[in-house]
Design a protein around this ligand. Structure first.
Ligand code: SF4
Ligand code: SF4
Length: 72
């Protein structure tokens, strides 16, 4: 299990792409799949590279991002 991890609540995501743009590690993309609302949801390409910065969470207009941070 990676130390920092991001989860997309697929059916809450509106596919706006803001998180894709703002992730400093460039590990988010829009999926080819379509969610229950008809949007292409965000997906995390490489959890291992997530630094838990929370930018995707902060920029997301929906409550679609959940960040799990390493405990220190
Ligand atoms: S927490 Fe930061 S590094 Fe991780 S997916 Fe979100 S924006 Fe990218
Ligand atoms: S910012 Fe939020 S709504 Fe927009 S694509 Fe990312 S997870 Fe989906």
């Amino acid at each position: 299990m990676p130390k920092n991890r991001t989860e997309v609540l697929v059916d809450v995501c509106k596919g706006c792409g803001l998180c894709v743009e703002f992730c400093p590690k460039k590990i988010i993309r829009l999926s080819d799949d379509i969610n229950s609302s008809g949007y292409h949801p965000a997906e995390i390409i490489d959890q291992e590279k997530c630094i838990g910065c929370g930018f995707c969470y902060l920029i997301c207009p929906e409550p679609a991002m959940v960040i799990y941070r390493e405990e220190r």
